[in-house]
Design a protein around this ligand. Structure first.
Ligand code: UD1
Ligand code: UDP
Length: 353
């Protein structure tokens, strides 16, 4: 079978690192990078250190407004789909690259397979929520990571082609944890050994584009007086500079890091404070308390299980949780067995045999 996979943003490279090598054991994969993320530390580093196959095509679309970015992807993807004639198009997650990859295939009547289907925040102001819902409704195969995701699809009338395979990001952590322990020296380089530091990421549009939300987050981190490490997403860097916001000395700003450094920073942290989807899950995998600076989360099981608190961007709530939140119950298994990629492959094989 010829499977064409579309990736474009950082978390999709990590998901592909788990899935592509498994798919390639039995099928021909054409990998298309839309170029949505393009800085070396947002793209190239992942392909190199995780040995993701080199993309067959890089569309080099880059940044832009939603319509422009998605539209340019559609134009280029259509040409590639018509040339390559794939039997199946595979997309991950909820970015503009996901929607473009899926929509383009659907219009050409090529079956779409969506990995990480069924997630919902129930907040349609999020570009990701729009992308996910639209992608799910045009997908033939929907690989959900959790029972909640399966239920969300059921509530929207999507019951056919839904497979609960577990989470491919759990596969990635299992696959690369040992390598991170061997190869990453970031904790030592940042003089964080034996320190109770907080690892933070911020990039969600609703937090960066609103000066008050971003200011609250930064003030909470400043006032915590804890050692905080913050690998700064380029979107966030841009807004912080534009707004003229300042960090105290306790917050160490670093450039975005590769995946091995990131999971090493996660493993050695005391707590994780984030608005990222993937990082919330990784906090759970690493058994680290997670504080989520959003008004809702798609990963509700981590909250129900007591390891994640959703605090919005209220300064005192963030501060209080950074200082005091401690899960006091053992974890349940939420994200499958770490073999989600193989389940994706087996399902594709069964359906298309
Ligand atoms: C995108 C996804 C988001 C995902 C995130 C993962 C959409 C709508 N959003 O958000 O769901 O969680 O990726 O990180 O698809 N930039 C650079 N260099 C880069 C990439 C981006 O400087 O390599 C800057 C540009 O100023 C750009 C901004 O970051 O305008 C935002 O990039 P974009 O890809 O539009 O959205 P993200 O915030 O990265
Ligand atoms: N990540 C990384 N380096 C960083 C920040 C994040 O490798 O500097 C990884 C992180 O470990 C996770 C993924 O990127 O696997 C999450 O991506 P992001 O937060 O950009 O997007 P989201 O998951 O919210 O869509």
């Amino acid at each position: 079978m010829k499977i064409l996979t579309v990736v474009g943003a950082r978390p999709q490279f990590i998901k592909a690192a788990a899935v592509s090598n498994v798919i390639r054991k039995e099928h021909k994969e054409i990998l298309v990078h839309t170029g949505q993320h393009y800085d070396e530390n947002m793209s190239k580093v992942f392909f190199e250190e995780l040995q993701i196959p080199k993309p067959d095509y890089n569309l080099e679309i880059g940044s832009g407004n939603h319509g422009e970015q998605t539209g340019r992807m559609l134009i280029d993807l259509e040409k590639i789909y018509l040339k390559e004639k794939p039997d199946l198009v595979l997309v991950y997650g909820d970015t503009n690259s996901t929607l473009a990859g899926a929509l383009c295939a659907s219009k050409l009547l090529i079956p779409v397979s969506h990995v990480e289907a069924g997630l919902r925040s129930f907040n349609m102001n999020m570009p990701e929520e729009q992308n996910r819902i639209l992608t799910d409704h045009i997908s033939k195969l929907l690989f959900v990571p959790t029972a909640t995701a399966q239920n969300n699809l059921h509530n929207e009338g999507i019951t056919k082609g839904v497979y609960n395979v577990g989470d491919v990001m759990f596969d990635a952590v299992i696959n690369f944890k040992k390598l991170a322990e061997e190869k990453s020296h970031i904790v030592k380089e940042l003089s964080l050994e034996n320190k109770n530091y907080i690892l933070t990421t911020i990039h969600r549009a609703e937090n960066t584009n609103d000066i008050n939300r971003l200011k609250n987050i930064i003030e909470a981190l400043n006032e915590s007086n804890k050692d905080v490490v913050l690998p700064l997403h380029p979107r966030t860097k841009k807004y912080i500079e534009n707004y003229g916001l300042k960090f105290n000395k306790n917050v160490k700003l670093i450039n975005p890091v590769g995946y091995l450094d990131m999971i090493s920073l996660e493993m050695n942290s005391e707590k994780i404070v984030t608005d990222s989807g993937g990082v919330q899950k990784e906090a759970f995998f690493m058994k680290k308390p997670c504080i989520t600076m959003r008004d809702e989360t798609e990963w509700v099981e981590t909250v129900q299980n007591g390891w994640n608190v959703v605090v919005g961007t209220d300064k005192s709530k963030i501060l209080n949780s950074v200082l005091n939140f401690q899960p006091n119950i053992s974890q349940k298994s939420i994200f499958g067995s770490g073999k989600a990629s193989y389940k994706v492959l087996d399902t594709i094989n069964n359906i298309f045999k």
